[in-house]
Write a protein that binds this ligand. Structure first.
Ligand code: DGP
Length: 225
């Protein structure tokens, strides 16, 4: 199967066989929003069918429960809220796979790596990284993960953290340590303390390579199996 897909990819037009899944991860205030929006604009300018997705998706019923939790309006058990974040990704799985196979590139702002890093950083007994990763196993995996790296101190100076639950320097330090442990073959760490333009250039280089690998027939991968 893979061989015939690869042959099709090599012989047909410039439209990729499938879209690429390009993920942005990082601590709060690392510049993900600016960079993910800029990348989508850039891809559109090159005629690439691309869409920006964001997790948590606060529009769904599950997303609204997550939103209330993040805003401190509700208290939820740490394991239960972890599973809600994961469910919020699972409820998008089919749509995600359908978009990718229709040739649409997805630029995604946060995903399962945030899921594992933020919960594991709480240090709740029993909720270690392995436990945190388990519910997201078998979700589509990114083709490239762009990790915007910035120290929690530098992030805090960027206009300060907001008022949401995790936007505190101590928590962000723990999250940064957990992200370190989650690095995998898709991972590209980009120094987010550079100028917006310099980060954009790096991001575009990584995204172009991911698109090329999908054009060359790279199949969709799945997380953490
Ligand atoms: P954002 O909308 O990107 O600012 O994300 C909201 C906050 O939720 C942010 O502090 C990161 C955190 N977060 C994102 N995804 C997850 C997740 O899956 N699990 C947990 N525990 N936290 C998450």
């Amino acid at each position: 199967m893979q061989t015939s897909s690869m042959m099709m990819g090599a012989s047909t037009s410039t439209k990729p066989l499938r879209g690429a899944f390009i993920l942005f991860e990082g601590g709060d205030r690392c510049g993900k929003t600016t960079q993910s929006e800029s990348l989508v604009k850039h891809l559109h300018s090159k005629g690439v069918d691309a869409e920006l997705w964001k997790f948590p998706d606060r529009q769904t019923a599950i997303g609204q429960m997550i939103n209330a939790y993040l805003q401190g309006k509700t208290e939820t058990d740490d394991a239960a809220v972890h599973l809600l974040f994961s469910a919020n990704r699972w409820e998008k799985r089919d749509a995600m796979l359908a978009a990718l196979s229709a040739g649409r590139t997805l630029v995604v702002d946060r995903y399962a790596y945030s899921g594992a890093a933020f919960t594991a950083a709480k240090g709740v007994p029993g909720l270690d990284l392995a436990w945190c990763k388990a519910p997201d196993s078998n979700l589509p995996a990114p083709d490239a993960t762009i990790f915007l790296s910035i120290t929690p101190e530098a992030a805090a100076k960027r206009g300060g953290y907001g008022s949401e639950r995790y936007e505190k320097e101590e928590m962000q330090k723990g999250v940064a340590r957990k992200f370190e442990q989650l690095k995998d073959a898709t991972w590209h760490s980009v120094d987010a303390s550079m100028s917006v333009e310099a980060v954009e250039a790096e991001v575009r280089r990584i995204a172009d390579a991911a698109l090329r690998s999908c054009e060359d027939g790279r199949p969709v991968q799945y997380l953490w199996l």
